[in-house]
Ligand binder design. Structure first.
Ligand code: ZN
Ligand code: MN
Length: 165
């Protein structure tokens, strides 16, 4: 499924919507293309800002409603984080995410789904488990670099200040 080109995936999406009796509008097409191309897991607001030039009459609410529709058709995923704005993902294959606690960036983390955790939950609780969520948090490479540079700068400054005495 992930081996398909962008065009092929969009063609598939058109078919999927057709089966559900939903028309692929230019806005839906643009939103889905944007989500399939980006790896940034944008919010509805970010998608709106990226496409506003091309669709001047489009509102954030329109983007959100289209995302909801695409989600219901199984074409996009919604990533919810408590009371923070949802982020959207066009990658439908099983994968995990790692989130930067400094800048909020989310990256894909490809790893085989850990079904054993569902089996264990089933064994320990008697639930018939269906799925699981796992979130990894940390500091992204760009923020690590910035922190390292800030540290170096602080050291240089401290050294320079020390030399003044
Ligand atoms: Zn970061
Ligand atoms: Mn993802």
């Amino acid at each position: 499924m992930t081996d398909l080109t962008l065009e092929e995936r969009l063609e598939e999406a058109v078919k999927t919507l057709k089966v559900r009796g939903v028309r692929m509008t230019p806005q839906r097409y643009a939103i889905l293309s944007y989500l399939l191309e980006t790896r940034s897991h944008p919010t509805a607001d970010e998608i709106y800002k990226a496409l506003a030039d091309r669709f001047p009459s489009m509102s954030v609410a329109t983007v959100y409603n289209n995302l909801k529709l695409l989600k219901e058709a199984g074409l996009v995923r919604e990533l919810t984080f408590g009371d923070q704005a949802s982020r959207f993902d066009g990658q439908m294959h099983d994968h995990y995410h790692v989130t930067c606690i400094v800048c909020g960036r989310i990256d894909d983390f490809e790893y085989p789904p850990m079904r054993f955790i569902e089996k264990e939950a089933e064994r320990l609780t008697g639930y018939a488990t269906a799925e699981h969520r796992m979130e990894v948090y940390g500091i992204c490479p760009a923020c690590r670099k910035a922190q390292e540079e800030a540290k170096q700068m602080a050291m240089v400054t401290a050294k320079a200040a020390g030399n003044e005495h």
